[in-house]
Design a protein around this ligand. Sequence first.
Ligand SMILES: [Zn+2]
Length: 421
Amino acid sequence: MERSPGFLNEALERKSWDEQQAERAERLREIVAHAYAHAPAVRRKLQEAGLTPGDIRGIEDLARIPVTPKARMVELQRANPPFGGFLAVPLGEVRRIFRSPGPIYDPQGADEGWGWEEALAAAGFRKGDVCINTFGYQLTPAGMMFDDALANLGCPVVPTGVGDRETQVEIMRSLGVKGFVGMASFLLQIGRRAVEQGLDPRGDISLKVAFVTAEPLPDSLRSEIESLFGLTVRQGFGTADCGCLAYECCHKGGMHLVQRAVVEIVDPTTGQPVAPGETGEIVVTLFNRAYPLIRFGTGDLSALDFGDCACGRRAPKLRGWLGRADQLTKVKGMFIHPGQLQTAFRDFPEVARFRAVVTRQDSRDVLTIMAEGGSAAGSELKGRIETRVREVLRIGGSVAWAQVGSLPTDGKLIEDARKWD
Ligand SMILES: [Zn+2]
């Protein structure tokens, strides 16, 4: 079966970026006017910035509106329950209300979805493919999001949730399941369980496509799953509040932005868009009449790649998840974040673990990269790592070897040990 390039709406996805942005600008004007009229919190936010809907003409005008960080959303909802003044339709037009950790309550409008159809089509899901949806169906929206999208594509859904692995294997074999939706790490566990049961996942299980999200997908994990099952794994990026924001096409190398939102990459301290290609916080404006999020700060870091893609889609690609905005650390005047260190060290598999430590000496920042190198550790390797770190972080640092197993295991990749007294 033909499973690529998987356009859901080819004419739209192939439109030039400028044309797409012009269409987004029109939808932006509509949603800002609607939200200003019906969502008191959005009206207040614009008024506080001295703006009226008429001031927001194009995408570039968005930068005039302050970013509402997710953490602030939790406070606003707590102060003015249940939706903090962001609901823009009567309750009779709300279909479901989800609760995500925070807590944060997300209403779903009666006729509004989350846009995962485009992502699933690009991943190779086709009408008639029986699919298992292993996301949970309670409280948070992930299960329902994909259930709706699969149904809209004509894919029968088995709502398995995160049930035990044996049951997942049995369902896949009994129903000839073709598609998997869920977390990559869980799919790997299912495959390993099948092997333990004496099965050959390539022959005994008919999975052809997997769509994964909600956690980073290293190349090693993707290849392991693809070769274990003989299938294609594609990933997407989204949030519980916003739904789908970007997805991979058959060529991978980043995730194309969706049509249904304006996705900006901004400097988290100023809220202003960064230059194309630079890393910053993902800020979303959603064309959603029930819950119009206008410049919602996701707290996630990424960057956009504006290069051409062979699939023919013209939307730039989100480089994937590069860490949390609150993990940004300013060193020697530049922001550095854990995702950059991971990128730099991808070229050095001989380094088991690493950690950047920032200190102050003579009123200047000093960056030291601690690396557990084992026997491979040498001055030549040290020099190569320092060069690569300078390329990726755009500031210099020196490598110091640490004994294997000696670095802390608190999950921190950047330790700010500066004293400011
Ligand atoms: Zn593409």
